[in-house]
Ligand binder design. Structure first.
Ligand code: UDP
Ligand code: MN
Length: 378
């Protein structure tokens, strides 16, 4: 009997070993498990011009990168900074200082505790502007206030040509303003690429002010029920079966009968770009042509002043299939400038954001308090 127990135990052991070895060999064929997975490099693009290290923009950039590094310890970051002669050294100093603070290379740290240190590259703004001069020429007459004014520089159209500027090996990138503050890992933002439909080229959050309600005043007067320029939760008259709002949007429906949700326009402080598709897209190359841009602005009697985001806004209405809409928590704008010029109730309908805040945006020079966890205070 005891022999039988022994024999059964031996047989089980042999079977278990065989299974273990079979499993192991499968793993070896499959490759991965024995070596740790190397996370992908995440490419972030920033513009930093006409500024010094302690200038207002320098301080914003520092606070932004500080919060990004603090919340994104496990992310392999590569910063791509577009800068000019006066600001380049300041940007380098500032980034190097933050890197030594957040990623000290002390020998006391065990290798497994060492976090991947971000790297960075600098690009010359004038060279970029030359490379994109055809795009800028088509855009400025429609989306800049007056030549030489704040938003008229090529600087504010760079996002429309990053697919020409960025090195070929960069396929998905995120462009960020300097006046942001991270509340969580930038990896959450990169994960939004996984939600892109097969036609999406860009990911953007809504503009959280009624600026396009104002810009589109003439068009909206003639098209009373339009959702273009309306607050996100707008529903016209009694049209609303609000249950299919999301499907209207994902189907790209923007005809009169489907107008159940407002489209306030996009804000370009945070932009996801699928560069691989942008480089290949004939549709997009065509949309950047001067006569196409002119016709687009004519259709909506549109005269803007906010650069790239004006163009994204027009395209977002005309060609929604090109865009993935980020939830408002990824670009929680804080500017309340419009609140003094429109009905407060209207302003608050645009400004409201119930999503968890991942990134704060101190646009129109709005200060972001340390440790601010933003809730609307009225
Ligand atoms: N910017 C710059 N130099 C300037 C002004 C702006 O490099 O003199 C860049 C910077 O990245 C900034 C972005 O352009 O974040 C957009 O400007 P800003 O954030 O001030 O615009 P807002 O979000 O207030 O509309
Ligand atoms: Mn900004």
């Amino acid at each position: 009997m005891r022999h039988l127990v022994k024999a059964v135990a031996l047989a089980s052991l042999l079977i278990a070993s065989a299974l273990y070895l079979a499993g192991r060999s499968t793993h070896i064929r499959g490759g991965a498990p024995t070596t740790p997975r190397i996370p992908p490099t995440r490419h972030v693009w920033l513009t930093f011009t006409k500024a010094g290290a302690n200038s207002p923009l320098g301080l914003k950039l520092e606070a932004m990168l500080d919060s990004m590094m603090m919340h994104s310890r496990d992310v392999v970051l590569h910063l791509n900074v577009i800068s000019d002669v006066t600001s380049r050294d300041a940007a380098r100093l500032l980034i190097d200082r933050l890197l030594s603070l957040h990623y000290p290379s002390t020998s006391s740290q065990s290798p497994e505790n060492l976090k991947p240190t971000p790297t960075y590259s600098m690009y010359d703004v004038e060279e970029c502007a030359r490379n994109l001069s055809d795009i800028v020429q088509c855009m400025t007459p429609h989306f800049s206030s007056k030549p030489g004014s704040y938003y008229s520089d090529a600087l504010f159209y760079l996002s429309l040509g990053l697919h020409r500027i960025a090195p070929e090996d960069q396929t998905q990138i995120i462009s960020l303003d300097c006046d942001l503050r991270f509340k969580s890992s930038i990896e959450l933002l990169f994960k939004e690429f996984d939600k892109f439909s097969s036609t999406n080229l860009y990911g953007l959050g809504y503009e959280l002010s009624p600026v396009y309600r104002h810009v589109l005043y003439n068009y909206r007067t003639k098209h009373k029920n339009t959702r273009f320029g309306s607050e996100p939760h707008f529903s016209k008259g009694n049209a609303a079966d609000t249950s299919n709002l999301a499907s209207n949007r994902s189907n790209g429906v923007n005809g009169a009968d489907a107008e159940t949700e407002g489209f306030p326009g996009f804000n370009s402080g945070v932009i996801l770009l699928n560069l691989e598709r942008l480089r290949r897209s004939k549709t997009f190359a065509n949309l950047l042509k001067c006569d196409v841009v002119r016709n687009l602005t004519k259709t909506y009697s549109f005269k803007g002043h906010l650069g790239d985001q004006d163009f994204f806004t027009l395209l977002g209405y005309e060609k929604p299939e090109l865009f993935h809409t980020l939830d408002c928590g990824f670009n929680r704008q804080l500017c309340k400038w419009w609140r003094q010029y429109v009905d407060v109730k209207i302003f608050d309908d645009y400004f409201k954001c119930d999503e968890s805040v991942k990134i704060l945006h101190g646009n129109c020079n709005t200060a972001i308090a340390q440790n601010e966890n933003y809730v609307l205070k009225v």
